[in-house]
Design a binder for this molecule. Structure first.
Ligand SMILES: NC(=O)c1ccc[n+]([C@@H]2O[C@H](COP(=O)([O-])OP(=O)(O)OC[C@H]3O[C@@H](n4cnc5c(N)ncnc54)[C@H](OP(=O)(O)O)[C@@H]3O)[C@@H](O)[C@H]2O)c1
Length: 305
């Protein structure tokens, strides 16, 4: 019997979860990995457990055999058009999955002692201009903000049972998916341009720093509460586009893409690119965490090399 503690990662097959699993293995960190998934996937160096959120079923062994939970599960925000059905799924895949974990942890024997969940800077609202936002800033009232408010409410029910942390994640920069390939592709093909006014802030985090922060939250461990998971230097959309162009050695010559074009193409989802937040990471820094990638250009050179 292996006595290393096990981290159970919900949604551990996604962008962040896959990197996190690889990071734990490559760094030879002293953890076993469990993945709680909706499908019976075979993953290297990880034990897979099944859950069915609609049916409120979860393999009891997942909790019995785990010491920590990192909760990442949720339907993709930018994967499909926001129909009423898709919006329901975006909300309920987060609230109902978290509620199911709460119920299972409350009613079953287990040895889980710390819970760390993804949350999102979408909490603050889709466009908060250049106001610097801290964890106690008020929530927005658009769709995504409402999703995050409801999600965090479920996360902090778990704080009745054990320390619970919500990391309000900014835009995750990775070369394997998420926002960066979408931002970089047009630039690579010589047709990159800032979106809308270009003045909207992107509060970003390098995927490696995000995974280090998830593990730090368990190891330190961080006290119950909300923490902004962003790097210290948010940049505007126009600056980010310029830096990508510089890193890729491409010219930027096109005018900005007007907001109405994006609204026509994307509908309500245009909020994701036309709005933005300037988010502070002071609380995470105060906790003692040190980031590897503080400069956007260094992060982009690392990822786009
Ligand atoms: N990536 C970002 O820029 C970003 C920014 C802010 C916040 N976040 C949050 O961080 C978390 C992880 O992000 P990610 O980019 O790794 O997400 P992702 O790649 O979309 O993966 C999320 C995982 O959630 C599970 N999932 C998908 N649809 C689901 C559903 N309907 N019900 C239950 N589970 C479902 C899937 O795992 P299985 O198929 O194995 O069940 C999937 O692999 C998400 O909650 C996301 O909202 C991400």
């Amino acid at each position: 019997m292996n006595d290393k503690p096990q981290i159970l990662i919900t949604g551990g097959t996604g962008l962040v979860g896959s990197y996190l699993r690889r990071f734990i293995i490559e760094q030879q960190l002293p953890y076993r990995i469990g993945v709680l998934s909706r499908r019976p996937v075979q993953l290297p160096h990880a034990k897979t457990y099944l859950w069915d959120i609609e049916k409120e079923q979860i393999d009891p062994k997942a909790l019995e055999e785990s010491d920590y939970i990192i909760h990442l599960a949720g339907a993709g925000i930018a994967d499909k058009p926001w129909t009423a059905e898709r919006k329901r799924l975006i909300l309920e895949s987060r609230t109902r999955s978290t509620a199911l974990l709460y119920k299972a942890l409350k009613n079953n024997p287990h040895r889980v002692k710390h819970f760390v969940s993804a949350s999102a800077v979408g909490y603050y609202g889709f466009d908060t201009g250049d106001r610097l936002l801290h964890e106690d800033s008020p929530p927005g009232n658009d769709f995504l903000a409402q999703v995050v408010v409801a999600w965090e409410k479920e996360i902090f029910r778990i704080a009745e049972l054990m320390p619970a942390v919500a990391l309000r994640i900014g835009i995750v920069l990775s070369n394997e998916g998420g926002a960066l390939p979408q931002l970089a592709r047009p630039v690579r093909w010589f047709v990159g341009a800032p979106l809308g006014s270009g003045k909207q802030y992107l509060s970003w985090i390098h995927i490696r720093d995000l995974c280090r922060l998830f593990l730090y939250a368990l190891q330190k461990p961080l006290d119950t509460g909300v923490y902004n998971a962003v790097e210290g230097k948010p940049v505007t959309n126009a600056e980010m586009t310029r830096i990508i162009a510089r890193v890729l050695g491409r010219p930027l010559w096109l005018p900005k893409v007007p907001a109405f074009v994006l609204k026509t193409l994307l509908g309500e989802m245009a909020n994701l690119v036309l709005g933005g937040n300037r988010v502070s990471n002071e609380k995470v820094i105060q906790s003692g965490f040190s980031y590897e990638f503080t400069e956007p250009e260094a992060a982009l050179r690392d990822l786009l090399k």
